[in-house]
Ligand binder design. Structure first.
Ligand code: HGY
Ligand code: MN
Ligand code: MN
Length: 412
């Protein structure tokens, strides 16, 4: 039974980690940034050195393929992949594992001349982390990108997508042209770290993903009145930050007590304006994120939170505006891919557990055009989106070998 080369996979994971490396460990490698574009060039070199046809599409997605140079319904492919962009101060495995394990699988299959009826392709999707718009590259590939919204897409620091892509040599307006031909993909399976602690705590080496959460992001702005922080009496202040803080605490309580039990919420971005210690904040802006495997729960919570924003604004005598930024759709994974993965685990003698993904992934877009699934490996301490994100190397090897044989089963 063929297997991957862990030394070669380890070497590539450590090499990719150098692009955007932080002195204290971890990486910051946002899509379209110079370290990301250098990493893209490195990846293209690795794909070609591994004997694969390699190209970049108009949305910035990188592809490595066995024996084909373009996608067509005449030769439906079995696709794997993930992303090489990271969050700020992120880890070296989120996304990178799926891309490099996919490359390793295709190289091992090529070197051993292992037969497979369908072409095999590995992808690195652009801007999975959504600095400019979540799951951007795979949305374009799956025909889910709304071209009319591209001009308004921007990072929370105000940098516009069109400008970031132009600096990297891409025309953002043409990204929707990356849509794959219908029927070009026969199946998709992505290897990813769990980014949670369930597998590690259960002592189970492989996760078979059943469904992937929807992620809903909104900009919530409270507008009060800037005023002198010393001379303005406390009862006359219209403090936008206090309203925002009140809203955040109430929303957290509401999502925990009135959500589905697995609903989560987060406020990872807070801006206060004008932002001086001696000025009562006139404006406070939050990015409010909620996640749940059930879209109806997300929509109900969104309505309830909007009502809470208005109620809190009234109490603090300020205004409130809510603008939806993005909302990904929860996606069930293909039973065909899940079963293929489980059969491989049985052959490899690996225990597995079915579970839902509390993180969003490109696979949820691929689920709209093909049979899509995911394979998880345990994260040490469940840590992710932090510089000490890591998994054991034997866990990485087990995950990559599970991916290898799942790809062969799907491409048979
Ligand atoms: O945020 C997420 O769920 C993923 O890591 N992009
Ligand atoms: Mn991530
Ligand atoms: Mn990821």
């Amino acid at each position: 039974m063929i297997s991957i080369s862990l030394p070669r996979l380890t070497s590539r994971i450590n090499a990719l980690a150098r692009f955007g490396a932080l002195s204290g460990g971890g990486v910051t490698r946002p899509c379209w940034s110079p370290p990301h574009e250098e990493a893209r060039a490195w990846l293209l070199g690795e794909l070609r050195a591994a004997g694969l046809e390699a190209w970049v599409d108009i949305a910035g997605n990188v592809f490595g393929a066995t024996g084909i140079r373009a996608l067509s319904p005449e030769a439906p492919i079995v696709l794997t992949g993930s992303h090489i962009d990271t969050v700020p101060e992120g880890g070296i495995l989120d996304g990178a594992l799926g891309v490099l394990a996919g490359l390793e699988c295709l190289q091992a299959i090529g070197e051993t001349r292992t037969p497979h009826a369908r072409p095999l392709v590995v992808a690195a999707w652009s801007d999975e982390e959504g600095r400019y718009g979540s799951l951007f590259g795979s949305r374009a590939f799956c025909g889910l990108l709304d071209g009319a919204r591209i001009d308004e897409m921007a990072a929370v620091d105000g940098v516009r997508l069109v400008d970031a892509m132009a600096r990297a040599g891409f025309d953002a307006h043409r990204a929707p042209e990356a849509r794959a031909p219908a029927g070009a993909v026969n199946a998709y399976v992505e290897l990813h770290i769990e980014q949670g602690a369930r597998l590690e705590e259960a002592g189970i080496p492989i996760g078979v993903v059943e469904t992937i959460v929807g992620v809903r992001r909104s900009r919530v702005v409270f507008v009060g009145q800037a005023d002198h922080a010393g001379t303005t009496p406390m009862d006359r202040r219209r403090d936008a930050f206090l309203a925002a803080a009140d809203y955040a605490l109430r929303v957290r309580e509401h999502v925990v007590t009135r959500g589905s039990g697995v609903s989560v919420t987060n406020f990872g971005v807070v801006h206060v304006h004008p932002g001086a210690s001696n000025i009562v904040p006139g404006r406070a802006e939050l990015v409010h994120e909620m996640r749940d495997p059930d879209v109806a729960v997300l929509e109900r919570l969104a309505e309830e939170c909007a009502a809470m924003a208005r109620e809190v604004a009234g109490r603090h005598r300020v205004g409130a505006e809510i603008q939806l930024m993005s909302a990904t759709t929860p996606a069930p994974c293909s039973s065909r891919v899940q079963t293929a993965t489980e059969n491989v685990c049985a052959r490899l003698g690996l225990q597995y557990r079915r579970l839902y993904s509390a993180a969003g992934h490109d696979a949820q877009n691929l689920a709209s055009v093909t049979d899509a699934g995911m394979i998880f490996i345990p994260s040490q301490g469940g840590r992710s989106h932090r510089v000490d994100e890591m998994s054991d190397w034997p866990a990485i090897e087990r995950g990559a070998n599970t991916l290898l044989h799942t790809l062969l089963a799907l491409a048979a």
